[in-house]
Design a binder for this molecule. Structure first.
Ligand code: SF4
Length: 344
């Protein structure tokens, strides 16, 4: 019975340490998992949700087949790893993190706090308090808050607009769940493994279907930005990075990654980007070329896209945070502006 409860908990939070260790204990060979079509179909549904929708579908049957729910998460993750598309990875991470938030909201305040401590090592307390007529369920150390929520662009999330008490940010339960969701999303985006695209037959079939779908999406998005590069349509963050590059200012690692991935995605070739980097004070052509080719996916299976606006805000590379809400991604900004500029 204890194990049933654990499986149910792990199925709700399949990315957690507890879920991973439970799956390890169960130690079911992949070939066996492949024969269970409930698991394979659910893994496929998880990825279809990620590609087609903005929110997870309601989980029917979680209580009666928590094992399928738990295992399907790991199959979906292996497929995301094997397909190697950042587009798919981000969308999948978003949908799984939203699902986590839905479950977290239904937990007790104490459980939420315990969860945040266990999984993210947060300093958090669930001693509710009422200050200036407002009720708060949790207080979380401002460093943990900033690390998770720095990418939030709405004013209400800015630290200056939050009530602070001795270095702790006071939050309502829905806010705590939202901040935890952001932490889960980041965790899933970063947790990349190298997985060969070599699965047993049923999982392989899903791999092929999803890989084709993702490729079609990528082609469609690419078509929208292909053709002549319209630098006037570059978002302000990328314009600023280009200016810094041209002036020979040193760029941080993440800034170099962001501008390189952006330029590659709008169609600039590796040689032209190497030329741009020549202005950098620490320029070394072999190293620069290697890094650019890596981001372009020429040295591995993953071709990267630039970070989202939320991430750019969190690393202080966004220069126009108020626009992030409408565009959400520098490439969306570029597509939109490019279309606008092409109108007669
Ligand atoms: S809102 Fe997004 S696209 Fe605009 S400057 Fe900030 S990061 Fe760049």
């Amino acid at each position: 019975m204890q194990e049933d409860i654990s499986i149910y908990e792990a199925a709700k939070y399949p990315w957690s340490v507890m879920a991973r260790s439970l799956l390890k204990q169960l130690d079911v060979p992949l070939a066996e998992v492949d024969k269970n079509l409930r698991i394979v179909d659910r893994a496929k549904q998880r990825l279809m949700d990620a590609i087609e929708t903005h929110s997870p579908r309601p989980k029917r049957g979680l209580s009666d087949d928590a094992y399928a729910e738990l295992t399907s998460f790991f199959i979906a993750k292996a497929l995301v790893d094997a397909i190697g598309s950042m587009y798919l990875r981000r969308r999948w991470a978003t949908i799984e993190a939203k699902s986590t938030e839905d479950f977290l909201i239904k937990e007790s305040d104490g459980k939420l706090a315990q969860f945040a401590k266990q999984e993210f090592d947060w300093q958090i307390s669930s001693n509710g308090s009422r200050i200036a007529g407002r009720t708060y369920s949790h207080s979380i150390h401002f460093t943990n808050y900033l690390a998770a929520a720095a990418g939030f662009h709405e004013r209400e999330w800015k630290l200056v607009n939050k009530r602070l008490n001795n270095g702790f940010v006071m939050l309502r339960k829905t806010e705590t769940a939202r901040v935890l969701r952001a932490a889960v999303e980041k965790l899933l985006i970063r947790d990349i493994k190298k997985v060969p695209a070599d699965f047993p037959p049923n999982i392989q079939r899903v791999y092929e279907e999803i890989a084709v779908l993702v490729q079609k999406r990528a082609d469609r998005l690419k078509q929208e930005i292909e053709g002549e590069i319209v630098s006037e349509a570059f978002p302000p963050c990328m314009q600023a990075l280009l200016t810094d590059m041209r002036q020979g200012k040193p760029l941080s690692h993440i800034a170099r990654f962001a501008i390189t991935a952006f330029l590659l995605n709008v169609g600039m070739d590796v040689d032209s980007i190497v030329e741009l980097f020549m202005q950098a004070p620490d320029f070394r052509e072999d190293l620069a070329r290697y890094q650019i080719e890596h981001i372009a996916g020429k040295r591995g299976s993953t071709a990267y896209t630039p970070p989202s606006c939320a991430y750019m805000i969190s690393v202080r590379l966004c220069v126009d945070p108020d626009k992030a809400g409408t565009r959400r991604h520098p490439l969306n900004y570029y597509r939109y502006r490019r279309k606008q500029l092409s109108k007669p």
